[in-house]
Write a protein of this length. Structure first.
Length: 399
């Protein structure tokens, strides 16, 4: 069964084609980047058998760009299918499912209307996601489409975790903690259970998605019971260029004394803060680690803060989880940085958590890096959100 997965953003489109019967490695993968050249879009595509292709098209029309991307499946150097009719389903990453969706769902006119209603909650994402859905309808016709929401995995959080302590009217207005990165947290939680040879329903996990965006989820019996991102993906951990949680009084201060507007605050907190804001170097942790190694104090402070905030939030998850079977690391930073594992795990020895120093070398496979004697497993798992979306498509179409 051939499944196309699309992650349609405002400045990029990422697509992957899976043959579900052949497993997790996509047959073809392609990406459109709308930011490189004004008035044009850049395409990069690769196939599982090692072919690749790069090209530029003069257009600003997203549907035209997507049609061009999809056509590389059936013609040219990365041709993978005899005909587009081989595609049996399309899975879409949709960032915000609001309170409406607790799970992935087959796309219908009503689902599209709800994704549209949620534009105010995810102005940077849901419009692009819906545009991707409508473009695929135009390009591929009647092929069943499935929406997989970043928020869905957190939708069963207890009200005490999802409600913000503002006025009660916020509940009625939908101002609450939704949480994001749900597809990744769900995938790595399931994979953790597999690696541990245990039932997910028996496990208490903290999953740490640490990429450019960073969030934690407390997962009890396969259900997210708490998470660090909130009403928007800005809350919680310190991130590449996002601040994470800061005292909201700072925002009032900036508005009152420095006349910051909503747009100014948006740019400041989303683009000029976090690792980038403190280091003054980059949102890319690797560059900041290098600068810290050469004695840059701001870079060192950014790293120390990242770890401090991460440990603070791991601690905050523990209380409501009531125990911990495994700490799971995933995404760019979480999957690759031994320094991060060491630093994040230091301090939890009193809970019986111990790393095995011999297991920290670079490796690509999903694995357990805890010492044999450790009471808590520490797992490094490569997140596979696209594969998780493809799996949801198969399941939903089978129902
Ligand atoms: P995104 O959230 O954009 O998908 P990724 O999951 O690719 O991002 O994560 C990007 C982050 O991972 C960057 O900060 C990058 O520096 C970091 N990263 C990647 N490899 C390493 C590494 N070996 N050591 C430390 N950080 C790494």
């Amino acid at each position: 069964m051939k499944i196309l997965v699309l992650n349609a953003g405002s400045s990029s489109h990422k697509a992957a084609l899976f043959d579900f019967d052949q497993g997790q490695k996509p047959l073809w993968r392609a990406q459109l980047d709308w930011t490189h050249t004004a008035g044009a879009v850049e395409l990069k595509a690769q196939t599982a058998d090692g072919r690749s292709h790069q090209d530029t098209l003069t257009t600003e029309d997203k549907t035209v760009g997507l049609r061009w991307l999809i056509n590389t499946l059936v013609e040219g150097p990365v041709k993978t299918l005899a005909t587009l009719s081989e595609i049996q389903a399309i899975g879409h990453r949709v960032v915000h499912g609001g309170r409406e969706y607790q799970a992935s769902t087959r796309i219908s006119p009503a689902v599209k209307a709800t994704i549209r209603q949620l534009f105010p909650l995810a102005p940077a994402h849901n419009p692009a996601n819906l545009q991707g859905i409508e473009a695929m309808e135009a390009i591929l016709g009647e092929v069943p489409q499935v929406a997989v929401f970043d928020t869905a995995f957190h939708a069963q959080m207890p009200a005490a975790a999802s409600t913000f302590p503002g006025p009660y009217e916020w509940v009625e207005q939908g101002i609450q903690r939704y949480g994001f990165h749900g597809t990744s947290h769900r995938y790595v939680a399931q994979r953790a259970a597999e690696l541990m040879g245990r039932e997910l329903t028996d496990l208490k996990l903290i999953t740490c998605h640490l990429g450019n965006g960073c969030s934690l989820a407390a997962v009890r019996a396969g259900v997210s019971v708490d998470t660090t991102m909130g009403f928007t993906p800005l809350d919680g951990l310190m991130m590449g260029s996002r601040s994470g949680s800061v005292d909201p009084g700072i925002l009032i201060h900036l508005m009152r004394h420095d006349h910051y507007t909503a747009d100014d605050l948006d740019t400041l907190l989303n683009k000029q803060s976090g690792i980038k804001g403190i280091s003054g170097i980059s949102n890319d942790l690797r560059q900041v680690l290098e600068a810290a190694d050469s004695g840059n104090d701001q870079a060192q402070l950014a790293i120390d803060m990242f770890i401090h905030v991460l440990r603070r939030h791991i601690g905050a998850m523990l209380g409501n989880l009531g125990g911990l079977d495994a700490l799971v690391f995933t995404a760019g930073i979480g999957e690759n940085s031994a320094d991060l594992w060491r630093a994040a795990c230091a301090g939890w020895e009193f809970l019986g958590l111990h790393l095995d120093p011999d297991k920290l070398q670079r490796h690509t496979a999903d694995r357990d890096i805890a010492a044999t004697k450790s009471k808590i497993r520490v797992l490094v798992i490569h997140t596979q959100e696209e594969w998780a979306i493809a799996q949801d498509c198969v399941q939903i179409l089978a129902d």
